[in-house]
Design a protein around this ligand. Structure first.
Ligand code: PLP
Length: 300
């Protein structure tokens, strides 16, 4: 049915449209150079969770990428509400994007000639790990020949589409029968995975990589949860050996919250089952979705 947005909706060029109708010109630098920044917030039971945190990070990413769009923060918030409302989705993955756009003279190589633009889209909630994996725990493959691109080349704190390294790692992981991948950097320190941050629990202390990673909103929420569980959190450089020697390992992502990791390469954790402390953090994560101070309702 024309204009049916029940599979998802997009706001582009000032209009709301079904997700299938949203498209970029092939000459848009967002497409030709991955010259784009974006963010993803989720809707759970008809409410945005921690939307201000996501908008803050997006504005910061735009500043780092030197992208300017016409929409104010209030405009963006209104657009996000409108597309989800239009789709009717109660559980949604909501992406908002600032692209470099394209220059009036299509041959120009000067980024300043490009007209930056904002668009947003929503689809049914996306699980970065399947719901089954969220319960039983994920297996992760750390390849030795693909490393995370240097943070001096692509700033991982500005959420981006430079996924060449992750995609190679993912193909290796899938071919070897693992659920997902985590990459190390050129110095051998653990970074992150495609769409998630990594935590370890060692002797009751929670640790997560301090650099070379996106400052995930779920990472931030998980740290807040740890504090309420009386767990100390330390941001530090983590070697693969330290990762392998952890008592528990978990991932954090907007696409599913706190995810237990039960296997890393050949090493299994907590008898190949989800760790107890991780499951307690996971429970609190979903409990916090009932807290109206952390979410805002969508008017459908
Ligand atoms: N790291 C990367 C590279 C990501 O793309 C994401 C999310 O997509 C994350 C970490 C997790 O961030 P968040 O918790 O904000 O979803």
């Amino acid at each position: 049915m024309k204009n049916d947005c029940s599979s998802g909706a997009a706001w582009m060029w000032g209009q709301i449209m079904p997700i299938a109708d949203a498209r970029l010109p092939v000459t848009d630098w967002g497409l030709t150079h991955s010259d784009i920044t974006y963010d993803v917030v989720h809707v759970w039971e008809g409410r945005f969770f921690r939307l201000d945190d996501y908008l803050n990070r997006f504005e910061e990413s735009m500043r780092k990428c030197r992208l300017n769009v016409d929409q104010s923060r209030d405009d963006m918030r209104r657009i996000l509400h409108r597309i989800v409302s239009r789709s009717g989705l109660q559980h949604a993955y909501v992406s908002f994007v600032a692209s470099r756009g394209q220059p009036a003279n299509v041959g120009s190589r000067d980024p300043r000639d490009c007209v930056n633009h904002f668009y947003a889209w929503c689809v049914p909630f996306v699980w970065v790990f399947t719901e089954e994996v969220v319960k039983r725990g994920a297996s992760i493959y750390i390849p030795d020949h693909v490393h995370r691109i240097s943070e001096n080349s692509v700033d991982p704190t500005a959420k981006n589409y430079h996924w060449g390294d992750f995609t190679q790692g993912l193909i290796d992981a899938k071919e070897a029968g693992y659920d997902n991948t985590v990459l190390i950097d050129a110095q051998g320190y653990v970074t992150e995975g495609p769409g998630f941050n990594v935590f370890i629990i060692c002797d009751g202390q929670v640790r997560t990589p301090r650099k070379g990673v996106l400052h995930g909103i779920t990472r931030k929420v998980a740290m807040e949860i740890c504090a309420t569980h009386g767990l100390e959190v330390v941001e530090k450089d983590i070697t693969v050996e330290e990762l392998f020697s952890a008592d528990e390992v978990f991932a954090t992502t907007t696409g599913g919250g706190v995810i237990p990791v039960t296997r890393l390469n050949d090493r299994t954790f907590s008898n190949n089952a989800a760790g107890e402390q991780t499951l307690a953090l996971q429970n609190t994560y979903w409990e916090w979705h009932q807290n109206s101070a952390m979410s805002e309702a969508i008017i459908y």
